[in-house]
Every structure is written in C-alpha cells, then in structure tokens.
Design a protein around this ligand. Sequence first.
Ligand code: HEC
Length: 119
Amino acid sequence: MRFIVLLFLMIGLLQASDYNEKGMKVYKKSCKNCHGSGDYGAKQLEQAEWEDYFIFHSSKLKKVHANEVKVLEMINALSKKKMANLEAFLVGNAEDSGSVGGCDGNRCGIQSGQVKIRK
Ligand code: HEC
C-alpha cells in the first residue's frame, strides 16, 4: 500500500515539472541539428528572452533566421500547437528556470551545438 502511494506521489512530481515532452520533440526535430541538445539549447537564454522570440507569431525567431531560408520555411510550417509546445519547453528549461537536465528516452546530458545561441 505504501508503495502505491509513493508511486502516485512520484508520478505527480513528474507531471509538475516544466519538462514539456511534446515541445522537446519539436526541438529535436527542428532545432537540434544546429543548436545542440534540448537541454543545452534551452539553457542558452533566460525565460523572458525565449518568450521574446515567440511573441507576435515568433517574429523575432524568424528574424534571426532571415538568412536561413530552410529554417524559415520549417518554422512557418509548424502548427500553432507545436510552436506553443516548443515555447513551453524552451521557457520551462531556460537558464533561470531552475530545471536540471536528466536522462530519459528523449534526451540525455548536455551537448553543445554547432551554432551558439548566445554568443
Ligand atoms: C539550419 C540551422 C538552424 C536551425 C535548424 C535552427 N537555427 Fe537558430 N540559428 C541558426 C543560425 C545560423 C543563427 C544565427 C546565429 C548568428 O547570428 O550568429 C541562429 C540564431 C538563433 C537564435 C538567436 C541567437 C542570437 O544570439 O542571436 C535563436 C534564439 C535560435 N536560433 C533559435 C532556434 C530555434 C528555437 C530553432 C528551432 C525552431 C532554430 N533556431 C533552428 C541556425 C539554425
């Protein structure tokens, strides 16, 4: 009985974390090739900075990729829902989010990308 209570507690804790799994998947598919693993990429900016990139239909995110036509097309092709999940993931794992990267089926450890987000 005690074990079951503990199990539910643990599941509750997991769900309360800022780890947006859907957003992580969008990141993996769309951003990881250039900016490195999700944990690493998200930690390059603070929460407010990530929010800034996503307001007004992600105009700032599009602007910084103005010379990367393929990235622009990719961002434009993402649904509103996927963009919202991506933002939730990046904000939830930002530098000042307090979240600590772990290991599971979708991510593991910190690895740097080819394109530094914060120079
Ligand atoms: C094809 C490679 C590529 C992909 C894919 C890509 N980016 Fe970028 N990104 C770049 C390049 C190149 C820059 C410009 C870096 C510079 O100005 O030196 C950049 C810049 C940025 C910046 C601004 C960095 C700064 O300090 O000005 C952010 C934030 C960013 N990308 C986030 C993302 C996110 C989120 C995704 C996924 C939706 C993504 N990028 C996908 C190549 C890519």
